[in-house]
Design a protein around this ligand. Structure first.
Ligand SMILES: [Fe+2]
Ligand SMILES: [Fe+2]
Length: 336
């Protein structure tokens, strides 16, 4: 069972992440306010430098980093910079998602996500049909950023919900957190998978190796989760995660069977085929349905959360498929 260890700070990937990483080596100033500034003039909101800087800022709210003064978490000067990074990131997502039509309902939007091609061209289809075990291991490394903190980014929404939506949201999260059993926490099941696949089980162990697309997947959840005004988007994102999980997990189980992968690898995805088939129903009716009935003005935000989820997932899928189809590794360094 891994201990609750703090990750180490990653290597900077450009001027923005350099500003943040270098700053965190110092003690946080407590008695004066100094805005943390860096040049954002030519920042690429979807690029690795900005995404890594944002990831590091957000991580201060999860586990923090070894040797980093925990007072940075609420340092107003750093929050000022984080706000600017968030604005650039969110603008990019909003532009790519486009306007939300006035007559679209959140439940219909979820329905659309469930219509899947029989023969799709995303990573889970590829891994099921023709990918290699090495590509599967790369996939685990990309996903480890999220799965080793699975359930945590959405949990920020709990105090911002009420009634049935709150009760059902927590019921699903309860399963994500192992339903009272430490060994069954999904984060732990994924650590077991990583170990069985001979990968690094350390929390954020692959932070230096993944591309911007993998960071954006997690940054989006942190952004939504940490802002009460985005609680509708958090719920949409959460629902989209649960609804798309069973079919994708089923393909992963098939892929792992094809590879004769260790039982611990299959166990994580088996759990998501079974548990998420139930979660899927709960999130539709009792979480999304109840929330939009209670607060109809959140409908468009829920739809935005669903579409934003789909967007960042597709960007990661495109990166993986472009790498694999051209015979290149999808990580910055080859796995051991
Ligand atoms: Fe899970
Ligand atoms: Fe789930």
């Amino acid at each position: 069972m891994p201990l609750l260890v703090q990750p180490t700070l990653p290597d900077p990937r450009g001027p923005i992440s350099m500003s943040v990483v270098e700053l965190l080596a110092e003690r946080a100033p407590l008695r004066y306010l100094a805005k943390v500034e860096t040049s954002l003039a030519d920042a690429d909101p979807a690029g690795i430098d900005l995404q890594l800087a944002l990831y590091v800022c957000y991580e201060l709210h999860y586990r923090g980093f070894a040797g980093v003064d925990s007072a940075w978490e609420w340092n107003a000067g750093l929050i000022y910079l984080r706000g600017q990074l968030e604005e650039l990131f969110l603008n990019d997502i909003q532009t790519a998602v486009g306007p939300i039509e006035a007559d679209v309902s959140a439940l219909e939007e979820l329905e659309k996500l469930c219509v899947e091609p029989v023969n799709g061209n995303g990573p889970s289809y590829y891994l099921r049909d023709e990918g290699t075990w090495e590509q599967m291991r790369e996939y685990f490394a990309h996903r480890s950023l999220y799965h080793l903190k699975e359930g945590d980014p959405h949990a920020w929404a709990i105090p911002r919900l009420t009634g049935q939506a709150k009760a059902s949201f927590v019921a699903v999260e309860y399963d994500e957190f192992g339903a009272g059993k430490g060994a069954r926490v999904h984060q732990q099941l994924f650590a077991d998978l990583m170990e069985a696949a001979q990968l690094d089980t350390t929390y954020l162990g692959y932070l230096n190796d993944v591309p911007a697309e993998s960071l954006a997947v997690v940054n989006l959840m942190s952004l939504f989760g940490l802002h009460r005004r985005h609680r509708g988007a958090t719920v949409g994102h959460f629902a989209a995660t649960e609804v798309t999980s069973p079919p994708g997990s089923r393909r992963m189980v098939q892929a792992l069977e094809r590879f004769g992968a260790p039982e611990e690898c299959r166990a994580f995805y088996d759990e998501h085929v079974e548990a998420d088939a139930v979660h899927e129903q709960v999130v539709r009716t009792d979480v999304v349905g109840d929330l939009v009935a209670r607060e109809p003005e959140l409908n468009a935000d829920v739809v935005f959360g669903i579409r934003a989820f789909d967007l960042v997932e597709n960007r990661l899928a495109d990166h993986l498929m472009a790498s694999w189809r051209s015979g290149r590794p999808s990580l910055r360094r080859a796995l051991d």
